[in-house]
Design a protein around this ligand. Structure first.
Ligand code: BGC
Length: 489
């Protein structure tokens, strides 16, 4: 057993916005296939593909109507097979998304339910409770005959009833379908949501979405979800080749989150605590220490992530490209597995000025400023005096950030990531902190030392060693440097 995931770099492909293979303005699996050599050349170990299944796209594929087929917008099942096989040929593993908390309202099961058949597969009630949808508005919608159904997300995403044996059996069969096709694992969407508490108790206050991940909310993180993850682990383990499960789970405490990655459950969970850490030395160190301690407490490996398709890109969150580059080198030096969101290797910022009429994210219902369109703008590959009418407009100034503009250019963010991902392969050993001036972080892993200056003025770390890589002049404000030293300070 290699336990490959424990220190893997995993690249998130948001398929819709990655690469457009057929010229219709929307990314697709042919585009992914064409760009596999780029990803292998970048130096990642695996890719995670966001949902490409048959879907009305109300939530851009997180509303699945057929879990065993590919939406024509993204290609065909044959394209999915080709991506998996060719990725494997290039030494890349492939993780796909699975969305078990809810289906699309276009799913044949929900269509049956609307006709009054087999409603037990969903959560129908004569009276709604006071739960609110994560996307805004009530979490209940009334159907023609007067009953209500629960949807923690969009009304077009009805929640499944995981107390129903048929639902459990169906999802195990879906996992097997993709495992048989060769996928190396699953990113489990809303892995903390499937099981609801008996009696669906009221919460008794509004603005519930703001509580998610910070306070216990009755609709999330119920103990019953762990039985499902254990069953899924048994399915994963019944296949050769170390197939993994990655939880997208929000839990109110680190201890509760660690439960998802106990040895008989999923292999990893996204580290949102690190993602939301502030750009200051104490905050980053606390997030790193607590993440290492939490995952270590159950024998799991830590994970690190700075951006994804649901949050503002970290160039913008941290306020500058310099900080984002420094954060990337910090992240890639940490022990554990690192997730890279497409485009961060180009230093892309959030697009904040998308015209109102092009924004499509259902989350904007809740708050017009909280939409996730700005982190989903398609990648700028090649600038040819304009961009090929992508589904969300690419800013003109991204010409300078395109792959074409950065490829092979020393010092570019793309080359920084390439070098870092290559050097990262040799990193091993535990993280040891060292004393360092205020506003800085210094840690070693064997002879490797990482120095981070989070402050606004340059610092001389006084290291006697070989400078391996730096996000800026070593020691500059908002920079990270990697060193090889004989004698650790
Ligand atoms: C996904 C989102 C999606 C939601 C509902 C999330 O966790 O990452 O993009 O909107 O689940 O499926």
């Amino acid at each position: 057993m290699t336990a490959w995931w424990r220190n893997a770099a995993i690249y998130q492909v948001y398929v819709r916005s990655f690469a457009d293979g057929d010229g219709d303005g929307v990314g697709d699996l042919i585009g992914v296939r064409d760009r596999l050599p780029y990803l292998a050349g970048l130096g990642v170990d695996a890719i995670w593909l966001t949902p490409f299944y048959t879907s009305p796209m109300a939530d851009f594929g997180y509303d699945v109507a057929d879990y065993r087929d590919v939406d024509p917008l993204f290609g065909s099942l044959a394209d999915a097979k080709a991506v998996i096989n060719e990725a494997h040929g290039l030494g890349l593993r492939v993780i796909v998304d699975v969305v078990p908390n809810h289906t699309s309202s276009a799913h044949p099961w929900f269509q049956q339910a609307l006709r009054g058949e087999n409603r037990r597969r969903y959560i129908f009630r004569d009276e709604p409770n006071d739960w609110e949808s994560i996307f805004g508005g009530p979490a209940w919608t009334r159907v023609e005959d007067g009953q209500w159904y629960l949807h923690l997300f969009d009304p077009s995403q009805p929640d499944l009833n995981w107390d129903d044996e048929e639902v459990r059996g169906e999802f195990e069969s879906i996992l097997r379908f993709w495992l048989d096709l060769g996928v190396d694992g699953f990113r489990v969407d809303v892995a903390h949501g499937m099981v609801k508490p008996a009696g669906l108790p009221d919460i008794g206050r509004g603005n519930q979405a703001t509580m998610v991940g910070r306070e216990p909310v009755p609709f999330f993180d119920n103990d019953g979800v762990h039985e499902i993850h254990r069953a899924w682990r048994r399915v994963l383990d019944s296949y050769p080749g170390e197939r993994i499960g990655v939880a997208e789970a929000w839990a109110p405490t680190a201890e509760r989150l660690a439960m998802y990655v106990r040895p008989d459950e999923l292999h990893q969970a996204f580290n949102f605590h690190y993602l939301f850490a502030p750009w200051d030395a104490a905050g980053l160190r606390e997030a790193i220490d607590s993440s290492l301690a939490t995952s270590g407490s159950v024998g799991a490996s830590a994970t690190w992530v700075l951006s994804n398709h649901d949050v503002k890109r970290h160039v913008t969150r941290y306020g500058s490209l310099a900080r984002a580059r420094a954060a990337a080198l910090l992240t890639l030096a940490l022990p554990g597995s690192a997730y890279v969101y497409q485009g961060e290797e180009l230093g892309l910022p959030e697009v904040l000025d998308l015209p109102e009429e092009v924004c499509q994210d259902p989350q904007r219902l809740r708050d017009p400023d909280s939409g996730r369109d700005g982190c989903r703008v398609p990648l700028p590959w090649t600038y040819e005096g304009g961009w090929n009418e992508p589904w969300l407009p690419i800013p003109e100034e991204w010409a300078g950030l395109s792959v074409q503009a950065q490829q092979g250019v020393p010092g570019s963010t793309l080359e920084l990531y390439r070098q870092a991902l290559r050097l990262r392969r040799d990193l091993e050993g535990e993280l040891v902190w060292h004393d360092s001036p205020e506003g800085t972080l210094v840690f070693s892993r064997g002879e490797f030392v990482c120095t981070v200056n989070v402050g606004g003025t340059a610092v001389d770390f006084g290291l006697d060693g070989e400078l391996l890589l730096a996000s800026d002049v070593a020691g500059a404000a908002d920079s990270t440097a990697w060193w090889k030293v004989k004698c650790v300070p």
